[in-house]
Design a protein around this ligand. Sequence first.
Ligand code: 5AD
Ligand code: SF4
Length: 399
Amino acid sequence: MKEDKKKVFIKNFGCQMNVRDSEVICGLLKNEGYEFTEEANTADIVLFNTCSVRQHAEDKVWSEIGRIAKSRKRGESPSGRVPDKKIIGVIGCMAQNYKESIFERAANVDFVVGPSDIQKIPAIINTLLETEKKGGESPKQGESPRFSNERKIWETDGGIRPEEIYHTGFYEDKEHAYVVISEGCSNFCSYCVVPYVRGELHNRNYKDILKEIEEAADAGITKITLLGQNVNAYSSQVNFIELLKLINDIKGLKEFSFITSHPKDTSSDLFKAMADSEKLKKYLHLPVQSGSDRILKLMNRGYTRNFYLDLVKNYRTIVKSAVLTTDIIVGFPSEKEEDFQDSYDLVKEIQFNAAFIFKYSPRPNTQAANSGDDVAREEKERRHGLILELQKKISKNKK
Ligand code: 5AD
Ligand code: SF4
């Protein structure tokens, strides 16, 4: 590989966790001598780091894969690969969600790697390039030459990521870095695919996290965002609040924040720590998901509307100039007008700085997917539009 530097294009979909994962993969591949390009057309290797959180996110990826595949010239080479053929990899949450069945829907994809196997990507690409050099495998009897000549590789076993992958020293930005503190999630909210694609919660050791931040600070990073699906559930030898205090003391670090928090694991102690840690941004993303107690229960969220309202009150009392944002899902199975109204009224009452509103989308394996999807699309759109409009006005007034 070292003789001619292969160019990699990586397209990211989804959340900040994916942004960081793409960065980790870049770091690993750079260390192996690969170059990166902003242009898919001229790349030798195209990676799609995918998201499964809603159907819409997946649809975008499928159409992008189709577009890239179409842009390849048709033709035969000794290996059965088209001469200008790129290696295409689907990685991330959709990879885990669909595993090797991705090859059935997108025959041009060469490899599939789930979020817990990203450390294997350099070796997989190497194997595919080596196979290409050797002219590929010979077709087996009865198999279509095009498909059998291509080697398909998939790694979706999961497991715990090796700690080294977080220490490549590569960050996209010169000043700001995302730092993963925990992977996966064990909350099993009834609508959410995350525990199925990213596995159950695994906390990184706090010493490793501190080491990564110190290394980053030594390299000039001054701002950090701590990442986890549910950061406040963090616990290794220290809990989340203790971790925040340790990070606050790191020399060279000027500012840090964290996403995402779960209301059931959020307390006044956290708010006090936020108020006391001068480097910690006074910003909290606290997804409420619904204002209806009945729906919150069906969502398996583990708190009530009043619990959430109390949290917000405490947050705003304890943390001065506190910024608050949220996520809300409309059209969850069986959501009636009065449930929706509860969400609408909650948004009005709390006056979030920003709210991200989503239309419910059934996800494979999740508990809610068994309850059907009984709120009509038009109705979801109406409810979505109404809260969006309300929040727009609130956000404008807050500026
Ligand atoms: N349908 C709609 N929105 C969802 N979210 C997560 N799963 C779904 C789903 N199945 C939203 C939640 C979460 C945000 C990242 O995406 O609001 O907080
Ligand atoms: Fe999408 Fe969730 Fe995966 Fe992030 S963790 S990429 S939001 S499915």
